[in-house]
Design a binder for this molecule. Structure first.
Ligand code: WTA
Length: 634
């Protein structure tokens, strides 16, 4: 593909061009895709509104780029290799032609059930092939998919369905995770009690346990499929029509429904896929993320399929049936690019090396990481034991909001550097700002990361709330997109992400806002208030420490600890359970009543000496109690 950068000179040239004349640069890139009608204007934006539009007036359907376009040349090539939870069950290889047929058929199921262009469809499914089929089927007919990670609780699911008023829910009877069955339909049924917008729920039979049934609402996937054929023309979509909504956490209790549009998202997710992973024909590429997160959207489904790649998707978990599962899969399918999260690397590095060395990993060419900063030790373990010192490692920095990879080395082309995401991709202009929002001009510096110019796959808004979109991303530093991360830059211009500078905590690579967890805890009738902070954890990167104040001044109670953890699991999901719960007499507050989280973070990380300036506290005496409470290990 003409889109691919092949040398360091190419990279510098492309970067230069993309900065000098972004419209001309993206015009040429976008021409490589299939459009039903060419755009009239490449870019129009005003970040004071904020509003950003790419390829204005262009018409397309992303599924024609993912599927139809490949049929003539790659119809019999494997599009998706699906590796089941149970290693004894055979993997499935789905060709582009088969995928095309399945997507069109399911698109007809959606149509039969009243789904039309612009309707929202919630997808709450395990990592089975029907998940990407469902997403692509939505895209085929112009319905907007909202995929909710199948580890979220009923209440979290309901909140997401209600926020975008989804009309149909797609789910399965259950999902398999190692030797456990997750009763997805039960969880979904519970959610649907409070979701009046859902008219139909279509259920794929995966785990075959008995499930409750609501006549008129619930339908079996296979029975619906039996009623349709597999011919379905692609809906003509405007470049700026919504392709999908994906929720991410923020610093209030309400999740943010990030809106991605058809044209720009397709161009940039594919461009970054092709260049970062240097995908070549016949490569077998595997991203271990769940499709419920942006990494799965962009780098299991849309980026690879638009490229015409072979993409692996894995139903199970890295520890089942043993800690060698990832490496077994790499060997079995001859994976060439392997993309995972630092938290998985750290967890696997804790186990005997024989889980790795018993597999032949000579197929691997390129390794990648995403989701959180990777520490030096994990980087070297990955490099030596998995990459055998011969695979470039791409440390990819990006976000749900950015749609595609923003800062990363391009495998084998630009140099990697342990713990550094390194250089921006063409079209991306990162800057470091000081606390006053002024750009730091020295090359070697540390500051707040911000992005100067729009790129095609920037999320266009928060669904139904452009005001919040403006507040979160464009108000703190007017004229820039503010991602919420800090970074440092070395003398060669390489960026290292230092972590969040807002109230979002990344636990095992998952974004968790502190507010929703605190809201969940505060729902307990014995609790007055709470504050949740992160502390360093050697596998998860960060873990959660909850400071909890009760009405009757309880200072230790195991039953209450259990109840708090369950409440969080019920409200959000197990990923948000605090590791440590410390009962306190009060929380450190400023005179204006704001909780001083800086102090709580220090104490939670075991640093009780250097608490900094506490003179602005309303209740400085509380600090002593907090330290004593921590020292006792509660
Ligand atoms: C963090 C995941 C350091 C960062 C694609 C960002 C990273 C947030 C990296 C977005 C990385 C992601 N190095 N930190 N390579 N990649 N992050 O929306 O804090 O789930 O803002 O998107 O993860 O998380 P999200």
């Amino acid at each position: 593909m003409a889109l691919q950068i092949k040398s360091i000179e190419d990279y510098h040239k492309a970067y230069q061009k993309s900065i000098e004349n972004p419209s001309k640069f993206w015009d040429e890139i976008a021409k490589d895709f299939y459009w039903k009608k060419k755009w009239d204007q490449t870019l129009s934006y005003d970040w004071s509104v904020p509003e950003t539009k790419w390829f204005v007036g262009g018409k397309l359907n992303i599924t024609e780029n993912c599927l139809d376009r490949h049929l003539a040349t790659k119809g019999n090539q494997t599009a998706i290799i699906w590796e089941p939870n149970d290693p004894k069950v055979k993997a499935k290889h789905i060709t582009y032609r088969q995928l095309y047929s399945k997507v069109c058929a399911f698109a007809n199921v959606l149509k039969n059930n009243g789904v039309v262009k612009g309707d929202r469809v919630c997808i709450y499914m395990p990592m089975i092939i029907e998940l990407p089929i469902a997403a692509l089927a939505c895209a085929r007919i112009g319905a907007i998919h909202s995929i909710v990670f199948a580890g979220f609780s009923s209440r979290a699911l309901a909140a997401r369905i209600n926020d975008s008023k989804c009309k149909v829910l797609l789910t399965s009877d259950g999902g398999l995770r190692g030797d456990k069955i997750i009763p997805l339909k039960d969880i979904a049924d519970n959610a649907l009690k409070t979701c009046p917008s859902i008219k139909k729920s279509i259920i794929f039979k995966r785990t075959r346990q008995t499930v409750e049934w609501i006549k008129g609402r619930d339908l079996w996937w296979h029975e619906e499929l039996a009623k349709v054929d597999d011919s379905c023309p692609a809906e003509v979509m405007d470049s700026e029509d919504i392709l999908f909504i994906l929720y991410t956490s923020g610093s209030t209790g309400k999740p943010k429904g990030m809106v991605h549009t058809c044209g720009g998202y397709m161009v940039y997710s594919t461009y970054s896929f092709l260049n970062v992973f240097q995908y070549r024909p016949n490569d077998i590429y595997w991203c271990t993320a769940d499709i419920g997160w942006i990494t799965g959207h962009s780098f299991i489904v849309y980026g690879p399929l638009t490229t015409g790649a072979t993409t692996v998707m894995f139903e199970g978990i890295p520890s089942y049936p043993d800690f060698g599962r990832f490496w077994e899969i790499c060997e079995k399918h001859k994976v060439t690019q392997f993309y995972t999260a630092p938290t998985a690397i750290r967890a696997l590095a804790k186990h005997p090396l024989s889980f790795v060395t018993s597999h032949d990993l000579s197929c691997l060419k390129i390794l990648g990481t995403v989701g959180e900063p990777i520490n030096e030790e994990a980087w070297h373990w990955y490099n030596i034991n998995i990459g055998k010192n011969k695979c470039p490692i791409v440390d990819t920095w990006w976000q749900t909001e950015t749609g595609g990879i923003m800062i990363s080395s391009l495998a084998g082309i630009t140099k990697d550097k342990p713990t550094f995401a390194t250089l921006p991709l063409p079209g991306i202009q990162p800057v470091l700002l000081n606390g006053d929002g002024i750009e730091i001009t020295e090359i070697k510096a540390e500051g707040i990361l911000a992005i100067k110019q729009p790129w095609p796959s920037l999320a266009r808004t928060i669904y139904g709330d452009n005001k919040r979109y403006k507040n979160v991303y464009f108000s703190a530093y007017p004229g820039y997109y503010f991602p919420g991360d800090g970074a440092l830059r070395d003398s060669k211009g390489n960026y290292r992400i230092t972590g969040r500078v807002d109230d979002v905590i990344i636990v095992s690579g998952h974004n968790l806002g502190t507010a929703p967890i605190e809201n969940a805890i505060n729902e307990h009738e014995d609790i007055v208030e709470s504050a949740v902070v992160g502390f360093p954890h050697d596998i998860k990167g960060n873990a959660l420490h909850a400071y909890v104040m009760t009405y009757d001044g309880i200072i230790q109670n195991d039953k209450l600890i259990g109840e708090i953890r369950n409440l969080v699991t019920k409200t959000i999901g197990a990923i948000a359970r605090p590791d440590k719960i410390q009962f306190v007499k009060g929380l450190p507050k400023t005179r204006s009543g704001k909780i001083m989280r800086r102090i709580l973070r220090k104490i939670a990380s075991g640093d009780t000496e250097n608490l900094g300036d506490t003179s602005t506290l309303l209740n400085p005496e509380i600090v002593d109690d907090l330290q004593k409470g921590f020292a006792k290990g509660r």
